[in-house]
Ligand binder design. Structure first.
Ligand code: BG6
Length: 462
């Protein structure tokens, strides 16, 4: 087996490691999905072994992982103070690893690139696996450069570009929903579908992440990575298997066909930034007044792009991807809106809306909005909603993607070409925004977005 013997986390003292990585890892270990391994944390600050072990145990607990296996992993974890851009330090760390190492880069892109350059001078054991966090590069050029550097070190299949959205249960359930039911695939096309929306509205605001977010913004933070991959799963052709080559090949093919609708970001994208406001009793300052924010960056906290998929299946269907922070309501869903019926028999009363399928990412549920003859007057069309919760997976999203990493199975990781396509798709939008071809609008924190957006928002919104 190609099981991993040691997991090395670079950036061990960072926020990502504490908040997301370790809790997911603890859940995974507790479930016993993967054979045992040794955990080594690497950071630039000095930390005692016992302090690190306590930190790991605390993060495991935060993820609900309090079982014997998780406790044992925390109790045997090691910590190394090292400079990950120094080949000698890296060689020393690799020498500490038992079995095949997995190196997880929970680092800012700049440091990841420097570490990968340093790794060229280090001999890596056969089978070594890398885990790389988003943001993967800061634009197409840097992503391509990083990909080139990575394949000089290890083969593509051993490079796990982590996108935790691919570990979300709703996202995974899209596969079963689409391909294990005869009723959907025959109508899953431009002939029958009017529009697709992928919406990820959050109530959360900046939450102290200015150092990262003020250089990313909503488009890069959410759409460039997470939402485009979700869209690829909606738009892709049925793969013949869900192994790493077939699934990622189908997603990549869908992404290659995708670009800004009409080729004009000025008419197919919008951006806005929150101003002061209140969300559920919580007072928020204007984004530009948040500590660490530079107003000159013109960072958007709400972004929307309308994309088209240029192939036989989807030609002409708008795919709207939107994500924003500090909004009134958390709304995280995929909405597939069907076309109207070609003819509604004369004599019906009422104005039916189009049928719509909603796949919610949080909470995990699916609903289908349909028209029927309602109660009362049998010739009046009423709306009903068939809805079911399907529960979340046994692992959280991070646990799910880490399971792939520790099992050396890259199915749920993002392949080099997918990442590059995602950057290619958003680059014209970033360029148009940089030139101010699209106005940066404002919306009060806790509102539903700019007033001008609400008027034109799709009629399918609940
Ligand atoms: C992260 C983004 O990748 O995903 C955050 O950087 C965002 O800004 C988060 O809040 C959303 O993911 P989740 O798992 O909280 O739904």
């Amino acid at each position: 087996s190609k099981g991993i013997g040691t997991l090395v986390i670079f950036g061990a003292s960072g926020d990502l490691t504490r908040r997301l990585l370790l809790p997911g890892l603890g859940q995974l270990v507790d479930l016993g999905r993967n054979p045992g391994f040794h955990l080594i944390g690497v950071g630039q600050d000095a930390m005692s072994t016992s302090a690190w072990r306590a930190r790991v145990a605390k993060s495991f607990e935060a993820g609900g992982a309090t079982g014997a296996k998780a406790r044992a992993l925390a109790a045997t974890a090691d910590y190394v103070k090292a400079d990950v851009t120094n080949p000698d330090d890296l060689t020393r760390i690799i020498a500490m690893c038992t079995g095949i190492p997995a190196l997880y880069f929970a680092l800012p892109p700049r440091v990841t690139i420097a570490a990968c350059t340093a790794l060229a001078k280090v001999e890596l054991p056969a089978g070594t696996v890398f885990g790389l966090e988003k943001p993967f590069g800061t634009d197409l050029k840097s992503a391509v450069a990083l990909n080139r550097q990575l394949v000089k070190l290890i083969p593509e299949r051993q490079i796990h570009r982590v996108d935790h959205f691919l570990g979300k249960s709703t996202v995974l359930n899209l596969l079963g929903l689409r391909f294990a039911n005869r009723i959907l695939e025959p109508v899953w096309n431009a002939e029958n579908i009017a529009s697709v929306e992928v919406v990820f509205d959050e109530k959360l605001a900046l939450e102290g992440r200015a150092g990262y977010y003020d250089h990313a913004g909503a488009l890069v933070d959410m759409i460039q990575s997470h939402l485009l991959l979700v869209m690829a799963l909606v738009a892709m052709e049925p793969p013949s298997s869900i192994d790493a080559d077939d699934l990622r090949g189908a997603m990549a093919q869908a992404l290659r066909a995708t670009s800004v609708l009409g080729g004009d970001p000025a008419s197919s994208s919008r951006r806005a930034r929150y101003t002061a406001g209140t969300i559920g009793g919580r007072k928020l300052p204007s984004y530009v007044k948040e500590p660490g924010v530079d107003p000159k960056n013109h960072t958007e906290t709400l972004a929307e792009v309308v994309l088209g998929v240029d192939n036989w299946r989807w030609a002409g269907v708008p795919f709207t991807l939107r994500s924003g922070k500090a909004l009134e309501r958390a709304r995280k869903e995929i909405i597939v809106t069907f076309k109207d019926v070609p003819h509604l028999p004369v004599g019906f009363r009422g104005k039916p809306g189009p049928a719509a399928l909603r796949i919610s990412l949080s909470p995990d549920d699916i609903s289908l909005d349909l028209n029927i003859n309602g109660q009362g007057d049998p010739f009046t069309i009423d709306r009903v909603v068939l809805s079911t919760e399907f529960g979340s997976g046994e692992l959280g999203p991070y646990g799910e993607v880490l399971s792939g990493l520790l099992g050396s199975d890259p199915t749920l990781s993002v392949r080099a070409d997918e990442i590059e396509e995602c950057w290619r798709i958003v680059e014209p939008v970033l360029a148009a925004w940089k030139k101010d071809a699209v106005k940066l609008e404002g919306y009060p924190a806790g509102s539903a977005g700019p007033a001008s957006w609400r008027r034109t928002r799709s009629s399918t919104s609940r």
